[in-house]
Design a protein around this ligand. Structure first.
Ligand code: TPP
Ligand code: MG
Length: 637
């Protein structure tokens, strides 16, 4: 549900209970099931079981302990995070990895407020999340009661929908609706706030068989006329590019996309959210685009330009980019477009999205289509099977191959690295043994054969994790893209590992980001969740430092994380920290030790932290400064 059509249920909760048309109600009641009398908490848990919930990340308190009591009698695995933010991110990681709603729970007040970052993250990246919060008893609401916050009000701008339950008899319907809303259409977070007196009350639950939400059409479908127009545009085009995003992944449209690409020969670039939607190992993959995306992808969409020295110089084109942009399941985020007026300036834009509020929001489309993307691409494929394309795009493929060869992702040990404090403090006499952060990601790719699920924090390491690991399948890169929330990586890895215990799940994290939810090492140890971490430890808030270097003459404004009184020591000492959590940890300083250390980490069947010490001097390249153009892209180290 988009912003303009989103409604909240506060009013509805006070309104008479009937919903939908008489016919809908009849249908719903026909399949409804009546349970034995139980408490509100027990009804809630029974509803979660009926939704197929197998895991909940929940931290108790006065206003939610009744529900924990009910959970002790359930088969649902209740995992105690060590901070509610960790719980919310873990539920987000579970949801990103599976496509099913992640579930987290907290008590009222401070427990609930600690969930907010996880809810906002799910909102920005369209992730299905159900957040349950205990609330003070109804009679205390609005009185400034102990641990009372208006969580419904507080989260309104970052939810797809929310409920404050005011009648025990509404619990079954609300839980069913919450999961339906979170998981259908454009997915997103749903909040259920449940006052304590309702948890304690008793009733005989009526579990509805169906959901009916008036005005909610989660699966709009393109018509053949508009889809036919796309085929016509492709036939007329010389330089088409597919720009695909998270919508392909949440819409389960990867197979359809692959068939479409193979039928048309159109090169594909994705957003970071779309990594893995189309295999990055495929010859038609341009990898991801935008601020730190591949130069080839940025040129293919926008054209290649001479690098201009100042932002006011004219843009001089070397070679034209796309004349047709097929934007499927994307939202023209500013980290992708840069200066939005210049983005794909000369191309015809076709935009398919399930959410009408995305159409013409950031970038006007020449052909906007509101549709479920799986349906739309599936229909396009059917049309192409009947009448295959004549076009071959041979020249365009040659141009793209030339761009890929000209500017692949790359790094080298620069003078800056050689002269850095890092070399003086840690590698004196062993300079050739320096580990660059990109190397560690590349080595992980090699040793996991590209099959691991990766999560990240936010910063430079996040960009390198996206650049130097090639994503082959959907739901493989789990990263806080829209919100960009540091601290996401490790809890998200726990969520993914719980969902897929047999898969290798590795968090590539920054030292700053990892520290933000380091307490989740306890969750990993106690719950035996063997999620791994590689900290690309540059002792800095690297991404902010990169901007300091670029725009503030390298003046450091609180971006150093080490101990200024003892720069030769790595601070904090993660090996010692991990020891206290009973989690294995190794520090790696030299290249010669890296491969074996990563292998040991991968072989461990318990949580494991690899603290890889890297120089702080590296900048993420390519780099298009915020709100700038492809002519401002720096791509050579
Ligand atoms: C919760 C939060 N606070 C602040 C920021 C701003 N921020 C973005 S990247 C970054 C630096 C991250 O440092 P680190 O985790 O060490 O990663 P690095 O860039 O060094 O790889 C900061 C502070 C953020 N994204 N999230
Ligand atoms: Mg760092």
């Amino acid at each position: 549900m988009n912003k303009t059509t989103a409604t909240t249920d506060k009013k509805a909760a006070f309104a008479p209970k009937a919903f939908g048309t008489a016919a809908q109600r009849k249908l719903a009641t026909k399949r409804a099931e009546v349970g034995p009398a139980m408490s509100g908490s027990e009804i809630l848990v029974a509803c979660l079981e009926r939704e197929g919930v197998d895991t909940i990340f929940a931290y108790p308190g006065g206003a939610s302990m009744e529900i924990h009591q009910a959970l002790t009698r359930s088969k649902i695995r209740t995992i105690l995070p060590r901070h509610e933010q960790g719980g919310a991110f873990a539920a987000g990681g579970y949801a990103r990895a599976t496509g099913r709603a992640g579930v987290c729970m907290a008590t009222s007040g401070p427990g609930a407020t600690n969930l907010v970052s996880g809810i906002a993250d799910a909102y920005m990246d369209s992730i299905p999340l159900v957040s349950i919060t205990g609330q003070v008893p109804q009679a205390m609401i609005g009185k400034g009661a102990f641990q009372e916050t208006d969580f419904f009000g507080m989260t309104l701008p970052v939810v797809k929908h929310s409920y404050l339950i005011t009648d025990i008899n509404d619990i079954p319907r609300i839980v069913k609706e919450a999961f339906y809303l979170a998981q259908t259409g454009r997915p997103g977070p749903v909040v259920i706030d449940l006052p304590k007196n309702i948890q304690q009350a008793k009733a005989q639950p009526v579990f509805p068989g169906e959901v009916n939400i008036r005005g909610y059409n989660p699966c709009p479908k393109a018509n053949d006329l508009e889809l036919n127009e796309i085929v016509g545009l492709i036939e007329k085009s010389e330089r088409p590019v597919l720009y695909v995003g998270g919508g392909i992944i949440s819409g389960n449209a990867s197979e359809e996309l692959r068939e479409f690409v193979e039928a048309t020969g159109i090169p594909v670039t994705s957003t970071i959210m779309g990594c893995g939607a189309f295999p990055e190992t495929h010859p038609l993959s341009l990898r991801w685009l935008g601020m730190h995306g591949s130069a080839a992808a940025n040129w293919a969409v926008n054209g290649e330009y001479e690098h201009r020295k100042t932002f006011n110089d004219p843009m001089k084109m070397i070679a034209p980019g796309a004349d047709l942009l097929l934007a499927f399941g994307v939202r023209f985020d500013d980290r992708v477009t840069g200066k939005v007026d210049e983005f794909c300036k000369r191309g015809t834009i076709v935009h398919i999205d399930i959410d009408p509020s995305e159409i013409n929001k950031n970038k006007p489309a020449n052909l906007p289509i509101v549709s479920d993307v799986k349906y739309a691409i599936g229909r396009l494929n059917a049309m192409l099977r009947q009448r295959s394309l004549e076009k071959k795009f041979t020249k365009w493929h040659e141009q793209i191959d030339a761009w890929k060869k000209k500017a692949p992702f790359g790094y080298r040990v620069t003078d800056e690295v050689m002269k850095s404090q890092h070399m003086r403090d840690h590698l004196q006499g062993k300079e050739s043994e320096v580990i660059l952060p990109q190397m560690a990601v590349e080595m992980l790719y090699e040793l996991t054969k590209g099959d691991a699920i990766l999560t990240t924090g936010v910063g430079q390491h996040q960009m390198w994790a996206a650049q130097y690991y090639k994503y082959k399948f959907p739901r493989q890169l789990l990263t806080s893209a829209g919100l960009g929330a540091m601290g996401f990586g490790y809890p998200a890895a726990l969520g993914a590992k719980v969902a897929f215990p047999d898969k290798q799940v590795v968090d590539i994290d920054g030292d700053g980001s990892f520290l933000m939810n380091i307490q989740e090492l306890a969750t990993a140890h106690i719950e035996k969740i063997a999620a791994k971490v590689i900290i690309l430890n540059n002792q800095h808030l690297g991404m902010v430092m990169q901007w300091e270097d670029k725009f503030f003459g390298g003046n450091r404004g609180n971006t150093y994380l080490g101990d200024p009184d003892n720069r030769k020591e790595i601070y904090p000492n993660y090996v010692a920290v991990c020891q206290s959590f009973n989690v294995k940890c190794e520090r790696v300083m030299f290249k010669k030790d890296l491969r074996a250390a990563i292998q040991r980490m991968l072989d461990a069947n318990e949580p494991y932290v690899l603290d890889v010490i890297v120089p702080y001097t590296e900048h993420v390249l390519p780099f298009i400064p915020a709100n700038k153009t492809v002519a401002d892209m720096i791509w050579k180290a």
